[in-house]
Ligand binder design. Structure first.
Ligand code: SF4
Length: 171
């Protein structure tokens, strides 16, 4: 698990989604779309179906962790359509909305060697306001804490509580 680096976070980030759909394709450790309860509610609402039906049809639960079921036809997310657009865009889950500003991506090595090399939106467009980057990091962290029980999983350790407090203080 890569870690949040406060000094790296201080740098300006240019990012503008290029609509490549690459972040919606399973790859290595970025293989699944994990879901909070609110994510499941939002996706169900976007599809006009009850949350329970959405969960039964589209989700799997591994050891208490909800995620989207794999697509039987390939590595693409089951909601990525042929135009490389998300079929539930209005209700897309937290990890999709906050990409690429995840705590574990906020260090030079991960950002340069992994994120920037495959996501064509990195380095494009205007500098994203620091407030927006911060909000997305905190939102993603909150969702990881809800999804992954810190007693059982290490994923929520990408950012320390002291670093979270620092970010909140600077809001
Ligand atoms: S839910 Fe939508 S935005 Fe998220 S990975 Fe799937 S297609 Fe992409």
């Amino acid at each position: 698990m890569s870690k949040f680096d406060s000094k790296f976070f201080d740098k300006p980030f240019r990012f503008e989604c290029q609509g490549s759909g690459k972040c919606c394709v399973s790859r290595g450790e970025y293989g699944h779309v994990y879901l909070t309860l609110q994510d499941r509610k939002d996706m169900a609402k976007a599809m006009g179906i009850p949350t329970a039906s959405f969960t039964k049809t589209h989700c799997t639960n591994d050891d208490g962790v909800y995620r989207l079921k794999d697509n039987a036809d390939g590595p693409e997310c089951r909601f990525l359509n042929s135009k490389k657009q998300c079929d539930v865009y209005e209700g897309r889950p937290t990890q999709c909305r906050t990409w690429p500003f995840w705590p574990e991506n906020m260090n030079a090595k991960t950002w340069t060697k992994e994120i920037a090399t495959f996501c064509p939106g990195v380095g494009k467009g205007r500098v994203v306001p620091k407030e927006s980057v911060k909000t997305q990091i905190l939102e993603q962290h909150e969702s990881e804490l809800e999804i992954f029980d810190p007693e059982k999983f290490f994923v929520a350790d990408a950012i320390t509580e002291d670093q979270v407090k620092e970010l909140l203080k600077s809001k």
